[in-house]
Unconditional design. Structure first.
Length: 202
């Protein structure tokens, strides 16, 4: 299938264009999710693709950057509405679970930045296809010395043993191909963003 993949939950959003389930082009933005619309237009034009031939749009729905989640999902919903195609909403922690468990090693600590010096994380205790995990919110200092697989934790390299995961629009796209039937949603108006404040406690 032909589709767009949009990753907008991190500080470096990206998009990828897939033709016949193969990634033909991808782009990264420095830090501004407001560039998404122009970059999508650019990737379509540069690859001489008729946007009406897209079959769906894969989009990260959070948790993550508040602005990125909001802008990315709104843009994806607008495009999907105009093209009359489905969306594939992808939870940040689900894709991190999938990427971190590819080598079938258990007891991996997987993390994602929350706010200030807090990290949203879970541990892969066994490899399951249903992606059940127990999310926790911890101060990075409480995880000192731990090996953490994840994304966006570069500034904590002196505190934890950070193992960066390749989290991008391309990896989102590959995930959407495998999980298309499970994720495909035609009722795109009811897809809601998942914000970090849902996990925060006072």
């Amino acid at each position: 299938m032909n589709f767009l993949s949009i990753e907008s939950v991190t500080d470096n959003p990206s998009i990828a264009l897939y033709i016949d389930d193969l990634c033909v082009s991808s782009r990264f933005m420095n830090s501004n999710s407001s560039e998404l619309a122009s970059e999508i237009k650019g990737i379509i034009l540069d690859n001489k693709i008729d946007i009406n031939t897209l079959d769906y749009i894969a989009i990260t729905i959070g948790p993550g950057s508040y602005t990125g989640v909001r802008v990315g999902l709104s843009l994806a919903q607008g495009l999907a509405y105009s093209l009359n195609i489905p969306l594939l909403p992808i939870h940040t922690m689900d894709i991190l679970y999938s990427l971190a468990s590819q080598d079938n090693h258990i007891n991996k600590l997987v993390g994602f930045p929350a706010y200030k010096d807090k990290v949203l994380h879970f541990t892969i205790t066994q490899i399951k296809h249903d992606k059940k995990y127990n999310l926790k919110l911890s101060n990075i200092q409480d995880l000192e010395g731990e090996a953490i697989y994840g994304v966006g934790l570069d500034k904590y390299k002196d505190v934890v043993d950070y193992k960066k995961i390749d989290f991008s629009a391309e990896s989102i796209g590959e995930y959407s191909i495998v999980n298309y039937k499970l994720l495909c949603c035609d009722d795109i108006g009811n897809i809601a963003p998942i914000y970090l404040d849902e996990f925060l406690v006072s």
